[in-house]
Each structure stands twice: as structure tokens, then as C-alpha cells.
Design a protein around this ligand. Structure first.
Ligand code: ADP
Ligand code: MG
Length: 657
């Protein structure tokens, strides 16, 4: 087959441009990336050979080799792993196929500085080779196949593929080093890089006695094998070593490798369990949310090994979806090696490991939660994911609820439910919540005025997931959750503070207000479910609440956005019986038919105002503008303003902005 030329996927082109021109710090990480890929390739072949032993026949041991040739100015990284065929090459070394890439690419700004920081989080994997090389060749042969292939590129828009020769299976990546990158010919430097970044790799990483190796390096060979070969790493899987022999740096580098991650781990959990099922787990909680956290697949990412042999990184039964932010490995001593990945999912031993792992992780999170500031970092990144467990994992529901943190009206800090319960007021029997999409808007909600006046705390829920678990959970420590934006809320029983309806001997609203409510309902007709004097408002003239038994207003909005719900459900319009505007309108209503028309106009303006406060569009913008203009005209014409019209002004304010 003749030589073929391909263009890189557009995004790879952009990435390569940044890699070649802007990434100057820690260039040596290219070696970590290539070794990481080589190790993955060995893992994959070892797994494939479980069912097809012929694949590794004649060459059962895996290894990764580094070789230098100063005269040719090349450094090569070779493995005897799975290798790639023609189609593999086209698919993988020309595109960015990783999940979550879309999100990543969408965030690239074209501003080199910002993009470099972003790439730091995402990693560039194979393409990092172009930081130090002006040309990269990949000679590779897929295990079990005859043909070998050469992929070649200068990283400037295109790559080529042609047939090649290769003695055995696996992949050799040949870097033609740029001028000035000579340090990567030096054995001492290579050894240091491998020690720093790749010591944890479970396969030997061997430095060959290269053609152009420095003469003076000959003597200092610790791991010397046959003629001048040096093994540079400990070559035992990190998780099999004793905790005390592992440094934080080594844990971190292993996390980078196993998690394809580039941040600091927030939590490292290294554990061995011996018993009915025996396994070792080395799990990491990242410190930043990965790009694919909210992929619809919600797949856990932890790798399953069986007695040091990699089995899969796609094992659904191993961990629940709500722990999909975890990275790391679980290595089982008991599972059989020779069954298919699919069969694993149903093995009772897997379920046992799963419940042990979940318990371990949740217990550790509870311990970490004692440091509120540190835990808040975790919560901001992964809280929304962990909360999925509240309705998915019945067994651990209470634990998860106690791990959950919420924004609340009590302050800027996150609170736990236990903290909330401690602060509940005498006479308060429910945990009050309000849902919305923006925290700051929620804090200003008119529905909360009465709660504020009474000093009753309300949890502010902004994660869409809250709408799923809240209805199914109903209570925490026997305290029911209750929406603060629902008509049934009765603050009267709670001691302290005063809301609109209270104080004057719990008086019923002034008679005029009842009549006004009735008149407004008549004017608004089907647009509202009811109009009522409010017991919650202290400052605003009006607000909307959901009728008893109706959907929460925020959920309803979400459902309508997703077209799960057709027409809007009419709400209850609450009016503040102490507000000067409401009182003036009440006298207008009492004046009989004379004020009817003005009252009708005012009714719609009030409703529109309440909608605006909810962050919703007004029902009919042109009618709204017409009414408002008329109202303002009248107000200005009547200057000096009568008290009623002065009071009318604030009512129009939010819309005038
Ligand atoms: P990642 O390792 O995160 O998948 P990379 O950019 O490092 O991303 O590598 C891209 C893909 O190229 C790998 O997923 C793998 O399919 C393929 N690949 C890279 N190096 C090798 C190798 N040495 N052997 C086999 N496949 C490889
Ligand atoms: Mg990689």
C-alpha cells in the first residue's frame, strides 16, 4: 500500500500549535505520557492474551524500552504491548478521542496563556511528544497481525501512514529531537525523569545501551541487567507496595497515570482487605472536576485488576455511578481471570467488593468533612454527583444525606443538614428549602421575606439533581423537607420575629385586603390559581407561590424548558396586606365600580411583577409596556403625588430596569 497522507482533526491541529509553541514548562512530561501509553498497551495485551494466549506466544514478558541515538538525534520509546494497525492509527493518532473532549475543546479560547492552563488540566497525551521533537515516527504492529505500519508527522497539520517492518508486536515511538533538547540523550537525565514520573509503572522500563550513550554513564548502573541494560523503575505495581514505602509524589504520579489526570489528588485511599473477598484498592478523589463528569453515560472510571492483571476500566458493577469522580485501581485476589468482562458484572464477589469500597469511601469522606473548608472544595467539585446517590443508593441514603452540604440563608458558608437542624427555631418542625438556578437570585426571593423576618433558615437548592432526590426522601432525622415557595407554608407557629400577618394579635388581614384579593382574582381569571393575603411577605408587595399539592415552581420551569410539560400551571399570587401599595389598591377596590378598570390594569402589573421577581418573562410584553406607560402617565399627571401613587412607583421598578 502506498503512503497515505491525512489531515489532523481541526482540534488536534490547534492543540499541536499550542504544544509546539507555548508549552515550555516541564517539557520532560512527554516521557511520562509515552511511557503511560506504553504501559496501557501492555495492560491491554495481557488482558487480551487471557482468552487468546497465542497473542503473546514466544514473548510472554512485557517491557518498555528507551533507546537513544545521538548521531541520528533520536530518542525512542518502545513497548511490546498491543500495538496498532492501520485503522487504529487513523482513529487514535490524529484525533482526540477521549470522552469529555468536547467540553474541553469548547473551552479553548485561542488565548495561549489560558489554553495552556487548560491543557495542564486535560493533558495532551501522545501529542506532548511535539514539545521536544520536530518529527515523530511511530512504528507499530498489532499483536496477532502480520503487517506493521509507520505513522509519521511533523505536527504541522498532516500525518502520513505507510507499510513498514517491525520484528515483533508492539509500538516504537521515535522522537527526532529538536535543537536544544539534548538533555534527553543523557542516561542520567532519563533515569531521573523515569524515577520522578514513572516509577510506579508495573512493567520494567529499560534503558538500552544506546549507540550514542555518554561514555561516563557506563559505571553508575544500579539496575544493570545484560550488557549495559538498566531497569530504571521499581517495576512493581504501586498498589502492591507497602504504604510506608510510597511517597506522596509517587501517589500523585500514579494518579496522573491511572486517572489520565493532571491535578493534585484531593484524597488518596490505599487499602487492603482480606476476608471473604480479598482485594487492594488505591483510589483517588481529584481536586478538580474532570471534563466528562456530567457525560450522560455516568460511567465509573476505576480500573479493575485481577491479581495484577488489568481487566477493564469499564466495569459497571464495581462502583456506583455517583462515585464516578473516583480514579484509581481495585485489584482483586479472588475473581477468576478467565471470564469475560461481561460476566464480571454479575459476580457476587464483585458486589461484595463494591459495598466494601462504597463504605470505605463514604466513611473517609465523613472524616474529611470535619475540616469544613477543605471539604467545601470537594463539595463544590463533586457534591452534585454525590447527591445522585441519595436517591440511587437506598442503603447509604442516611450517610449520603449527612455528607451533603447546602447553601443556606444562614450565611455564605455551606451547611450540613445536621447543622441546619441544630439551628431550627422553637416551634419549627420542617427543613425549609427553596429551589432555583441562581444562588444570588434565590437569596433575594420575596418568598423568603417572612423566613428572614422570623430568622428561620432556608436551604438554597441550585443543583438540578435536588429536584430528584428531594421528593423521594421526604425527611431527614424525622424532619420533613418543605418548600418555602409553596402556599401551604405556615410560619405562625414558629416563635420570634414578625411577618405581615402577625403582631396585631394574629389578626386576619384587614377586610379591604380580602376584598382586594377577590377583585384581583376576578380580574386575573385563569391566569392565577388564587389571590391571597400573604403571611410571608414583609417588604415586597407581591410574590408567586405554588398552590398546595402543586409542583414546585422551579421544577415546573425545568420541565417546561425540557418540554416535558406543556402549559404553565397557574400559581397563587400572594399580596402583602401591609404594603402601602396594596392598601391603596384595597381602598380603590372598596370605592366600587369607579376604580374597576384601574384595578384590572394593576392586577396584571402585579402579576407580571411577581413573574419578573421569579426570573420569568412577562406573559405579554407589549400589554405590560402599555399598562406600565399608562400607570406612569397617571402617576406623573397627578403630581404632587398622592400617597397611593407614590406607593405605586416601587411596584413598577423591577420592570423599568
Ligand atoms: P490517552 O492515553 O489518554 O488515551 P493519548 O493521546 O496518550 O491519550 O493516546 C491516544 C491513543 O493512542 C491511546 O488511547 C491509544 O489508543 C493509542 N496509543 C498511544 N500510544 C500507544 C501505544 N504505545 N500502543 C498502543 N496504542 C497507543
Ligand atoms: Mg496517554
Amino acid at each position: 500500500m502506498a503512503r497515505e497522507t491525512f489531515a489532523f482533526q481541526t482540534e488536534v491541529g490547534r492543540l499541536l500549535d499550542i504544544v509546539a509553541h507555548s508549552l515550555y514548562t516541564h517539557k520532560e512530561i512527554f516521557l511520562r505520557e509515552l511511557i503511560s501509553n506504553a504501559s496501557d498497551a501492555c495492560d491491554r495485551l495481557r488482558y487480551a492474551a487471557l482468552t487468546d494466549p497465542a497473542l503473546t506466544e514466544g514473548e510472554p514478558d512485557f517491557r518498555i524500552t528507551l533507546d537513544t541515538d545521538r548521531a541520528a538525534r533520536t530518542l525512542s520509546v518502545a513497548d511490546n504491548g498491543i500495538g496498532m494497525n492501520h485503522d487504529d492509527l487513523v482513529e487514535t493518532l490524529g484525533t482526540i478521542a477521549r470522552s469529555g473532549t468536547q467540553g474541553f475543546l469548547a473551552q479553548l479560547t485561542g488565548d495561549a496563556k489560558k489554553d495552556v492552563a487548560l491543557i495542564g488540566q486535560f493533558g495532551v497525551g501522545f501529542y506532548s511528544a511535539f514539545m521536544v521533537a520536530d518529527t515523530v515516527d511511530v512504528i507499530t504492529r498489532r499483536a496477532g497481525e502480520e503487517k506493521a505500519w509507520k505513522w509519521s508527522s511533523d505536527g504541522k497539520g498532516t500525518f502520513s501512514i505507510e507499510e513498514a517492518e517491525r520484528a515483533g508486536r508492539g509500538t516504537t515511538v521515535i522522537l527526532h529531537l529538536k535543537e536544544g533538547e539534548d538533555e534527553f540523550f543523557e542516561p542520567a537525565r532519563l533515569r531521573q525523569i523515569v524515577k520522578t514520573y514513572s516509577d510506579h509503572i508495573g512493567f520494567p522500563i529499560v534503558l538500552l545501551d544506546g549507540k550514542a550513550e555518554d561514555a561516563e554513564a557506563g559505571g553508575e548502573t544500579e539496575g544493570e541487567g545484560k550488557s549495559g541494560e538498566q531497569t530504571l523503575n521499581a517495576a512493581s505495581s504501586l498498589w502492591t507496595r507497602a504504604k510506608k514505602d510510597i511517597t506522596d509524589e509517587q501517589y500523585k504520579e500514579f494518579y496522573h497515570h491511572v486517572g489520565h489526570a493532571f491535578d493534585e489528588p484531593w484524597l488518596v485511599l490505599h487499602n487492603t482487605v482480606e476476608g471473604v473477598v480479598s482485594y487492594t484498592s488505591l483510589l483517588f478523589v481529584p481536586s478538580t472536576a474532570p471534563f466528562d463528569l456530567f457525560d450522560p453515560e455516568r460511567k465509573p472510571k476505576v480500573k479493575l485488576y485481577v491479581r495484577r492483571v488489568f481487566i477493564t476500566d469499564d466495569c459497571e458493577g464495581l462502583l456506583p455511578s455517583y462515585l464516578r469522580f473516583l480514579r484509581g485501581v481495585v485489584d482483586s485476589e479472588d475473581l477468576p481471570l478467565n471470564i469475560s468482562r461481561e460476566t464480571f458484572q454479575h459476580d457476587p464477589r464483585l458486589a461484595k467488593m463494591r459495598s466494601g469500597l462504597v463504605k470505605r469511601v463514604l466513611d473517609e469522606l465523613a472524616r474529611k468533612a470535619e475540616n469544613a473548608a477543605d471539604y467545601a472544595k470537594f463539595w463544590e467539585a463533586f457534591g452534585a454527583v454525590l447527591k445522585e446517590g441519595i436517591y440511587e443508593d437506598f442503603e447509604n441514603r442516611d450517610k449520603l444525606l449527612s455528607l451533603a452540604r447546602f447553601h443556606s440563608t444562614a450565611g455564605e458558608e455551606l451547611t450540613s443538614l445536621d447543622g441546619y437542624i441544630e439551628r431550627m427555631k422553637p416551634g419549627q418542625d420542617a427543613i425549609y428549602t427553596i429551589s432555583g438556578s441562581e444562588l444570588e437570585a434565590l437569596r433575594r426571593s420575596p418568598q423568603l421575606e417572612g423566613f428572614r423576618a422570623k430568622g428561620v433558615e432556608v436551604l438554597l437548592l441550585t443543583d438540578p439533581i435536588d429536584e430528584f432526590w428531594m421528593p423521594s426522601v421526604r425527611t431527614y432525622k424525622e424532619k420533613p423537607f418543605r418548600s418555602a415557595a409553596s402556599a401551604g407554608t405556615d410560619l405562625g407557629k414558629i416563635e420570634g420575629g414578625e411577618t405581615a400577618a402577625e403582631g396585631e394579635a394574629e389578626a386576619a388581614p384587614p377586610a379591604g385586603v380580602e376584598a382586594l384579593a377577590a377583585a384581583l382574582k376576578e380580574a386575573l381569571g385563569e391566569a392565577v390559581k388564587d389571590v391571597r393575603a400573604s403571611k410571608r411577605l414583609t417588604e415586597s408587595a407581591v410574590c408567586l407561590v405554588a398552590g398546595e399539592g402543586d409542583l414546585d415552581m422551579h421544577i415546573e420551569r425545568l420541565l417546561r424548558q425540557h418540554r416535558q410539560l406543556g402549559a404553565a400551571v397557574p400559581r397563587v399570587l400572594e399580596i402583602n396586606p401591609k404594603h402601602p401599595l396594596i392598601l391603596s389598591l384595597a381602598s380603590l377596590a372598596a370605592a366600587g365600580d369607579g376604580g374597576k378598570e384601574a384595578l384590572g390594569e394593576a392586577a396584571f402589573l402585579l402579576l407580571d411583577q411577581a413573574r419578573i421577581l421569579e426570573g420569568e418573562p412577562v406573559a405579554d410584553a407589549s400589554a405590560f409596556a402599555r399598562r406600565m406607560t399608562a400607570m406612569m402617565e397617571r402617576g406623573l399627571a397627578a403630581a404632587p403625588a398622592s400617597p397611593a401613587e407614590v406607593a405605586a412607583e416601587p411596584a413598577a421598578e423591577p420592570a423599568a430596569e
